[in-house]
Design a protein around this ligand. Structure first.
Ligand code: UDP
Length: 248
């Protein structure tokens, strides 16, 4: 997938992750994010790639984030620059993966001996320390505060925003024939702001890489589990998720 003429002249590479690269821009308050076609699973032990993955995830995030903003969730997203690039506000990422669960699946189901698909009577929010080397270990608010990743007030705001994202996205996807099983969020801090209500913004992406989506009628998996579990049809599932979101 080639990028369009919108592409800004390449700034310094600030960060390279498994599925994205983040570049500086001429404006210190803004970064350019480039979505890659690479996929990893199981803390990067399984690797793959397929054409169009970056573009699909970029398109999905670029459609969802403005709608989340409208629903009262501040985000880092500014605008889509090209098929595979977006402009975002420069933030310091809180090194925590915030996982929100509506239904038991994946590692949660395994760990607790629950059948995948067991509904949860209320959403479960979990925090994992972002470290592939350590296997993204489960942590809690005390850990985050004690290690200086975030303050008590910032953790409170992060949890509140995570639930707000869940309350918006769960019915949003259901009207598109999709059950939102669980998802992962990351949050960032805007520089120079002390009030967590202003400083904390939703960052990263929301896509089939970071959510479990099950077709509401057939139960078919429409997300990265197709890659993780070698189910086949991963490209088609991502494309179908984009189609359902584009349909409005
Ligand atoms: N997830 C993610 N990145 C990670 C770990 C999890 O995006 O590094 C997402 C995953 O796609 C799923 C949710 O978070 O939608 C919960 O994942 P879980 O903890 O069950 O881990 P898994 O079973 O994927 O190892």
């Amino acid at each position: 997938m080639t990028t369009s003429a919108n592409t800004q002249s390449s700034g310094e590479l600030k960060y390279e992750g498994k599925a994205k690269r983040v570049f500086a821009t001429a404006n210190p308050g803004e970064y350019r994010v480039e979505y890659k076609d690479d996929a990893t699973a199981f803390n990067a032990q399984k690797r793959g790639s397929w054409a169009g993955k970056g573009a699909t995830n970029n398109a999905i995030t670029a459609l969802l984030y403005p709608q989340l903003e409208d629903a009262g969730v501040p985000t880092h997203f500014l605008k889509k620059l090209s098929d595979t690039e977006q402009l975002v506000r420069a933030v310091t990422i809180v090194p925590i993966e915030v996982i929100v669960r509506n239904v038991a699946a994946g590692s949660f189901a395994k760990k607790l001996g629950l059948e995948e698909g067991t509904p949860l009577s209320r959403p479960v929010v979990e925090y994992c320390y972002k470290s592939d080397a350590l296997g993204d270990p489960l942590v809690n608010t005390d850990t985050a505060v004690a290690l200086g990743w975030a303050s008590v007030a910032e953790m409170k705001r992060i949890r509140q925003l995570a639930i707000q994202v869940r309350d918006f996205l769960t019915p949003y996807f259901l009207t598109r024939g999709i059950r939102l099983i669980d998802f992962k969020l990351e949050f960032g801090k805007l520089p120079g702001l002390s009030d967590p209500g202003e400083a904390i913004v939703l960052a990263d992406e929301i896509s089939p890489d970071t959510c479990r989506f099950w077709d509401a009628e057939t139960g078919e998996k429409m997300d990265k589990d197709r890659f993780r579990r070698d189910l086949g049809g991963v490209e088609a599932a991502y494309a179908e998720m984009l189609r359902r979101i584009e349909q409005g």
